[in-house]
Design a protein around this ligand. Structure first.
Ligand code: CP
Ligand code: NVA
Length: 316
């Protein structure tokens, strides 16, 4: 029986769990494909690579963008997506992850999951015989950063000498930025309070690849200087909300405000994966400024993910 076989599944399918699951060529191909599919959708072309296909979407955490962009995206490509929320499966609690992996592989052509522990998505992918896409874990958020680099690519036309400065918590978003930096060249700086640095293994990955610079800094002024993009995210991620009050005090000087945006010496773009807590990590003025490309970025989730799904399903 194919569905129960781990080894056969491994040979036959591709997952997207980390940006580093793609080669540099595959990243560029996916970005170009995202642009093509975006144009097709905008023109309402008859493009249905997922006709008669279904996508199971497993959410152990809340979501607005990830749910709506995957569900709408898969539908627009001809298929049907099914939403399973935090109370539906009890993944890893009511039922073992490896059991859900095989059960859903029997019903669906692809699985997208947003889980807490990164090990859980690895297990899901190991036991599923259909492609698995990571819709965020505590460790990373690869679909988000593919959408982000697509957005920068559209705004800047090329990525030469790009300096991206992430200001805030060294979290799942930062790990995916670092993974991207291990595949394509740019300058990446993470300016964070001491004790909130990203995983050193992700930084080492960038150093080992030798394409990009990855700087982890506690110095805001020097860090944001020359930034083409300032990027931030919430100070307390999902699963850390009980730490929000303590973190707010530690992170207060890391707020992205108009003064910070003006201090870079460049016409700097502002990005945020959203949801944003306006008045905390970013001011209302920056969110609404002409430099803010957060809604282009949010829209590009659907286009980047469509391309990722088409690519790993081999529907090109
Ligand atoms: N950026 C992002 O993943 O948003 P959601 O948490 O709303 O899905
Ligand atoms: N770091 C945030 C990203 C949300 C898209 C979180 O994990 O909650």
């Amino acid at each position: 029986m194919e569905n129960g076989s781990r080894n056969k599944a491994k040979v036959m399918k591709r997952d997207f769990l980390h940006i580093t699951d793609f080669t540099a060529d595959e990243i560029w191909e996916t970005l170009d494909l995202a642009k093509e599919i975006k144009a097709k959708l905008k023109n309402r072309e008859d493009y249905k690579p997922f006709k008669d296909h279904s996508l199971a979407m497993i959410f152990a955490k809340p979501s607005a963008r990830t749910r709506v962009s995957f569900e709408t995206g898969f539908f627009r490509l001809g298929g049907q997506a099914l939403y399973l929320g935090p109370n539906d499966i009890g993944i890893g609690k009511r039922e073992a992850i490896k059991d859900i992996a095989r059960v859903f592989s029997g019903y669906n052509d692809m699985i997208m999951a947003r889980l807490f522990d990164h090990k859980h998505i690895l297990e899901l992918a190991e036991f599923a015989s259909v492609p698995v896409v990571n819709g965020l874990t505590d460790y990373n958020h690869p679909c988000q950063i593919m959408a982000d680099i697509l957005t920068i690519y559209e705004h800047r036309k090329n990525l030469d000498n790009l300096k991206i400065v992430y200001v805030g918590d060294g979290n799942n978003i930062v790990h995916s930025w670092l993974h991207l930096a291990a595949r394509i060249p740019f300058h990446f700086t993470c300016v964070c309070p001491a004790g909130f640095e990203p995983d050193s293994r992700a930084v080492k990955l960038v150093e080992g690849a030798g394409l990009s610079t990855a700087e982890i800094s506690h110095n805001l002024k020097a860090g944001v200087s020359g930034a083409d993009v300032i990027y931030t995210d919430v100070w307390a991620s999902m699963g850390q909300k009980e730490e929000a009050e303590t973190r707010e005090k530690i992170f207060s000087e890391f707020q992205v405000n108009s003064a910070m945006m003006a201090s870079t010496g460049k016409d700097t773009l502002f990005m945020h994966c959203l949801p944003a807590e306006r008045g905390r990590e970013v001011t209302d003025a920056v969110m609404e400024s002409p430099q803010s490309i957060v809604f282009d970025e949010a829209e590009n989730r659907i286009h980047a993910q469509n391309a990722i799904m088409v690519k790993i399903a081999g529907k090109m």
